[in-house]
Write a protein that binds this ligand. Structure first.
Ligand SMILES: [Zn+2]
Ligand SMILES: [Zn+2]
Length: 458
């Protein structure tokens, strides 16, 4: 007991956005073969668990799905999230010391409001685990380390104002890749300033600089933050053979990184080199989590000469680490300055692009600045133009208002948040009004057209 590594494997062989899409059914096929070939499933310290299904209630702890959870999720999404939840239960009970959820579809581009698929994601698997851990086990401090080549903009959006969840994402510089965000000045809202850290790495970054970032920035930050639980959003598209990324990371690099980060739970995100990268990277990570020798895991086409790093990259990354470490070390002062800058509310305008279908959502986010708690969030969301195409989802429900109440919200903030919800129900502009009260684990939807109001349960 306590020495084992759990594994959940859910390849979703019957689900894909389209037959030629990079996030498709075959993604985990070669990984499965590799595991069987290497006999890892026969090892006594690696335990495989069956997939599980997340309930609409578990999804509503994180997301405002427009108009509802059923509309924005298919069974495959619910199983990917549910499998990650179920593995987190095995870790919390001590049945295993850590676990790797090798599931798809991925989730880290899914934001709090869901109007459709963004960056191959509908719902955020890691955030759903975070809310489960807080609600069911009372876990207080959680760190999410996003190691996908793309910025984890969805996870950032969900925890931007939450001082209890540290979000660190390294990724290929947003000037050169989707979703075009994740810069060093995106540091979190006034009540959680510096608890979002973005490390935009230049194309061509190799294992050397990546491990430098882990050792000199991420590990010291984790050491200060002292998380009770560490989740790794494990994207394998930093691999040198990935068709979407331009990085030079190897399976060995991924394994060493995992060994250093010691995540409690790793959840698969991207990785689109189905045959040349995923089987090796996933195997090396699993062995590293199990504390086994991974040194023999190398890609058939591995060529160290082709993977050397440009000196300008090395120098750039060194400076980046220095700059962000300085921000982190002065976080208390910076947080205080941010807090003093705003009176009662902090406002943020957002333009969120849904690339899969191609439409833009506009959001006004308002956060209550409170001295007693992290405050509640009000989101006014709309899609400002009509988009009609048969069978495509998510745009016909134009304007909604959503209120999210943090699990540590004070009485005043809770009362004010409910007041906003109840008043908005009478506001003609909103087709739907939502409240997510995490202090009591209650999620309500109000539909203007027929005046119906219901709890998301199940
Ligand atoms: Zn990715
Ligand atoms: Zn408050």
């Amino acid at each position: 007991m306590g020495n084992k590594t759990g594994l959940v494997f859910f390849p979703a062989f019957d689900w894909a956005i389209s037959p030629t899409h990079p996030e498709r059914e075959e993604r985990l096929l070669y990984t499965r073969d590799q595991f069987i070939e290497e006999g890892v499933l026969d090892l006594p310290d690696i335990v495989e668990y069956p997939a599980a299904v997340a309930t609409p209630h578990e999804i509503a702890r994180v997301h405002f799905c427009i108009p509802g959870v059923d509309y924005q999720t298919m069974t495959a999404h619910r199983i990917a999230a549910g499998s990650a939840i179920s593995l987190s239960d095995k870790i919390m009970s001590g049945e295993v010391k850590n676990g790797f959820a090798i599931v798809r579809p991925p989730g880290h581009h899914a934001m709090r409001v869901v109007r459709g698929n963004r960056g191959f994601c509908n719902i955020n698997n890691e955030a759903i685990v975070v809310e489960h851990l807080r609600r069911v086990y009372g876990v207080k401090r959680i760190a999410i380390i996003d190691t996908d080549v793309h910025h984890g903009d969805g996870t950032q959006d969900i925890y931007y104002h939450d001082p209890d969840v540290l979000f660190i994402s390294f990724h290929q510089d947003g000037r050169t890749i989707y979703p075009g965000t994740g810069f060093t000045d995106e540091l979190g809202g006034p009540r959680a300033f510096a608890y979002t850290l973005n490390i935009p790495l230049p194309p061509g970054t190799s294992d050397k600089s990546l491990l430098y970032v882990i050792e000199n920035l991420i590990l010291p930050v984790l050491n200060d933050f002292k998380p009770d639980f560490v989740i790794n959003s494990a994207g394998q598209d930093n691999h040198y053979s990935d068709p979407l990324g331009s990085m030079k990371i190897t399976a060995q690099g991924y394994a060493k990184m995992t060994e250093m980060l010691k995540p409690d739970l790793a959840v698969l995100e991207g990785g689109y080199a189905i045959e040349s990268a995923l089987p090796y990277v996933n195997l090396a990570i699993l062995l590293a989590m199990a504390g086994r020798d991974y040194s023999y895991v190398t890609e058939p086409d591995y060529d160290p000469d082709a993977l050397s790093e440009d000196q300008s990259v090395t120098g750039y990354v060194c400076k980046l680490v220095e700059q962000l470490k300085e921000v982190w070390d002065s976080r208390e002062k910076l947080c205080r300055m941010q807090y003093n800058k705003y009176d009662k509310y902090f406002y943020q305008q957002k333009h969120i692009y849904y690339d899969t279908i191609g439409f833009e959502e506009k959001q006004l986010e308002r956060i209550r600045i409170c001295s007693d708690c992290p405050g509640y969030i009000m989101i006014d969301s709309h899609v400002p133009y009509q988009f009609a195409k048969d069978g495509l989802r998510g745009v016909e429900y134009s304007r909604v208002l959503a209120v999210s109440i943090h699990n540590r919200c004070c009485e005043n903030c809770v009362a004010e948040a409910w007041d906003v919800y109840n008043k908005s129900k009478k506001d003609e502009r909103y087709a739907y009004v939502y409240v997510q009260d995490k202090t009591v684990d209650s999620f309500l939807t109000y539909r203007k057209s027929d005046g119906r109001e219901w709890h998301t349960e199940g």
